[in-house]
Write a protein that binds this ligand. Structure first.
Ligand SMILES: Cc1cc2nc3c(=O)[nH]c(=O)nc-3n(C[C@H](O)[C@H](O)[C@H](O)COP(=O)(O)OP(=O)(O)OC[C@H]3O[C@@H](n4cnc5c(N)ncnc54)[C@H](O)[C@@H]3O)c2cc1C
Length: 456
């Protein structure tokens, strides 16, 4: 089972003892489905606004079982869509407001962790994205120009020369890159497990090993009874399609990871990443990595297949082709890594809405709130979601509740087999575009055209 296989699981310092399931029908003010970051941050901020509120969280496995316990630990300001996409749909001011809210969220995660005594290995070193062929270098320029044209200097995204990029990370074939200071590397599972224990200690009820089957107005149906509630919050991200009536809301896409044993001081002298900057290169098929607090490399990437009918299964967390591909890419990037053992392989499901636009919102009439569709960028965004949902539910309208993602609704994904064909063709096209760019150095126009067609 992949949850147990992750580096994070073996270094969380937690017994993972399951909490009791729902004991039968109950009445609360707010019921939350899912004990990942979204559900737990929402409970955390709801309780801080109104400590008398009765809140119950229903979790099918245990807190942190989903993407929140398995991710790459980039607590970043990345938000889907990018600033230019937000500006196109909602205006430039909305894009700037979103950037600032994301920056605040990174700081807020660190602030709460410290205030609550959670040792989440938070290091705010920023993100270095390396350009390793001329096509990636052209993309680095485009990304920086695109961001600046919408938000000016707000993001602080810099275009780097070869020397500047290598000062952050000495990868192979580096031609330049981009750097933003807005990212912290964290231990993701320590954050989600810590949040669960803190909200529970404050009186929030957390029922584990309880499966929600349907959200109805005023009630959450589960396999252990009904939770009657004024508001039900859906915080199920990649698993959302398994809920009745939510099948085409998002698709689950698997992202897979590996981790090495701790590297030697000499190896780190060769690699860099002195401030634990999170790192990637600028290929289409996204990769991401961090230097962990105990000096390992944790490294992941997309590329695993989308499974027909949006199925999620523990066996999908492992894929020999993708996991061995990750080893090769990491050793190609930092050759010294080949001398060290890869100790962990795991994966998990993230969620993609049809228009690649994350959203949070409340339909008070239906008693239904939601947040999700973060694509692969949920670590900091879920904190923003939790604060925003708490404000919406307690009718404390303010700047957060005016942000452009609030109330946004994506259209549904196509029925099968179109969904399977479209998503998997896109995946193959992106990989082949990366190969062609590495070979020729020329930007693959097909990839861009397809990305537009798919809406990202
Ligand atoms: C491998 C990987 C790497 C990633 N790397 C990064 C990264 O570096 N930075 C970043 O910002 N984002 C990253 N992401 C995305 C990020 O982890 C997610 O966006 C975020 O954790 C979503 O949190 P969540 O609480 O909404 O969902 P989840 O953490 O998935 O939680 C949903 C919970 O709901 C429960 N659940 C589902 N269905 C039911 C049901 N019917 N009844 C009861 N409970 C249910 C699940 O068991 C689960 O615990 C990554 C994701 C993956 C998979």
């Amino acid at each position: 089972m992949s949850f147990d296989d992750s580096l994070w699981h073996s270094t969380a310092g937690d017994s993972f003892e399951p909490r009791p399931p729902l004991p039968g029908d109950i009445d609360v003010d707010v019921a939350i489905v899912g004990a990942g970051y979204t559900g737990l941050w929402t409970a955390y901020y709801l309780h801080s606004i109104d400590p008398s509120m009765r809140i119950a969280i229903i979790e099918r496995e245990i807190a942190g079982f989903g993407a929140s316990g398995r991710n790459g630990g980039w607590c970043s300001a990345l938000f889907p869509p990018a600033s230019s996409g937000i500006a196109r749909r909602h205006g430039a001011d909305a894009a700037v407001a979103m950037r600032r809210a994301m920056h605040e969220s990174i700081v807020e995660v660190g602030r709460v962790a410290e205030a609550e005594g959670l040792d989440i290995h938070y290091a705010r070193g920023g993100t270095i994205q390396l350009a390793r062929n001329p096509a990636q270098l052209a993309r680095a320029r485009e990304i920086v120009e695109d961001e600046r044209s919408v938000t000016g200097d707000v993001e602080g995204l810099e275009l780097l020369s070869k020397e500047q990029a290598e000062d952050h990370a000495r990868g192979t074939r580096v031609l330049g890159g981009t750097y933003t200071p807005h990212c912290a590397a964290i231990h993701p599972l320590r954050l989600v497990r810590g949040l669960a224990s803190r909200v529970e200690a404050r009186g929030v009820s957390l029922f584990e090993r309880t499966t929600a089957t349907e959200i109805k107005p005023g009630a959450l149906l589960t396999d252990h009874g009904t939770v009657r509630a004024e508001i039900v919050v859906r915080a199920t991200e990649g698993y959302t399609p398994s809920l009745r009536g939510q099948r085409r809301r998002v698709i689950p896409l698997y992202s897979l990871m590996i981790a090495t044993e701790p590297l030697s001081a000499e190896a780190w002298d060769q690699i860099g990443l002195r401030r634990r900057q999170t790192f990637a290169d600028l290929r289409h098929m996204r990769i991401y990595g961090q230097r962990t607090a105990d000096d390992r490399l944790a490294f992941g990437g997309r590329g695993a297949p989308y499974h027909f009918a949006s199925r999620t299964r523990p066996s999908f967390d492992r894929n020999r082709r993708v996991h061995s591909g990750l080893r090769e890419v990491l050793a190609d990037l930092f050759p010294v890594v080949a001398d060290f053992e890869v100790t962990h392989e795991w994966g998990g499901a993230l969620a993609i809405p049809r228009d690649w636009h994350a959203s949070a919102g409340l339909d008070r009439q239906r008693g239904f709130a939601w947040a999700g569709g973060y694509v692969g960028d949920g670590v900091a965004t879920t904190n923003l979601a939790g604060r925003t949902l708490a404000q919406l539910i307690t009718s404390q309208e303010n700047g957060l509740t005016q942000l452009p993602w609030v109330g946004h609704s994506s259209r549904s994904w196509e029925p099968e087999p179109l969904r399977w064909l479209g998503v998997n063709s896109g995946r193959l096209l992106m990989s082949s575009a990366d190969r062609s760019e590495a070979r020729t150095g020329r930007p693959a126009k097909r990839a861009k055209a397809f990305a537009r067609l798919m809406g990202y």
